[in-house]
Design a protein around this ligand. Structure first.
Ligand code: AMP
Length: 206
């Protein structure tokens, strides 16, 4: 299955992506995680991306799209994937559709995690992640940057909801509630039984 997970910062995309992808037996591909790994590894890509990330802005499409194309060409993503945090602009969505079409593929579904803005601000300002054994706040989770990231989402990413709805691909998921309840709603929207075992589990010997 080829799935995109859409949603504002703080909607729980990363957490849901891991659970949904495990159930579908496809890789969860997070552009934010790939950028952060490149920033920590001080690669050239990371150095370019950091400036935009720290400001809460989007990394330019040409850098992001090339990176995603490389990742989707890897063997584990050939038969399916769950994209978390990509596309984030209409131009990225069009380029994704074009590269999938070249391979004779298309997206099966786009899930949009829906959470109202007050709740997002509350979640983001309290969010911490584990780095080298310590819980730290992401630089781009500082209050001023959070406000800017939400603005960027409204202006550049939210239009994707209408874009994919027009294509008949969009399912909106209420993302308030316990993590496993939200996962179950997302899986049902994909026509997958939340209680079953992962389709790839038997083949993988798990
Ligand atoms: P995330 O972890 O998805 O919140 O992403 C963190 C940051 O990485 C974003 O605020 C952007 O600066 C950058 N980023 C992640 N995905 C994309 C994308 N698809 N296009 C542009 N920038 C992105």
């Amino acid at each position: 299955m080829r799935v995109v997970l859409l949603g504002p910062p703080g909607a729980g995309k990363g957490t849901q992506a891991e659970f949904i992808a495990a159930r579908l037996a496809v890789p969860a591909i997070s552009t934010g995680d790939i950028f952060r790994a490149n920033v920590s590894g001080q690669t050239e890509l990371g150095q370019k991306a950091k400036v935009y990330m720290d400001a809460g802005d989007l990394v330019p499409d040409e850098i992001t799209v090339a990176m995603v194309k490389d990742r989707l060409a890897q063997p584990d993503a050939v038969n399916g994937f769950l994209l978390d945090g990509f596309p984030r602009t209409i131009a990225q969505a069009e380029q994704l559709a074009a590269s999938l079409a070249e391979l004779g593929h298309g997206l099966d579904r786009v899930l949009e995690l829906v959470v109202e803005e007050e709740e997002l601000v509350r979640r983001l300002s309290g969010r911490r992640m584990l780095v080298d054994g310590e819980m730290v706040q992401r630089d781009d989770d500082k209050p001023e940057t959070v406000r800017h990231r939400l603005e960027v989402y409204r202006e550049q990413t939210a239009p994707l909801s209408g874009f994919y709805d027009d294509e008949g691909l969009l399912s909106r998921i209420d993302a308030i509630g316990a993590v496993d309840e939200v996962t179950a709603r997302a899986l049902r929207a994909l026509g997958v039984d939340p209680e079953g075992t992962a389709p790839g589990a038997a083949a993988a010997g798990a």
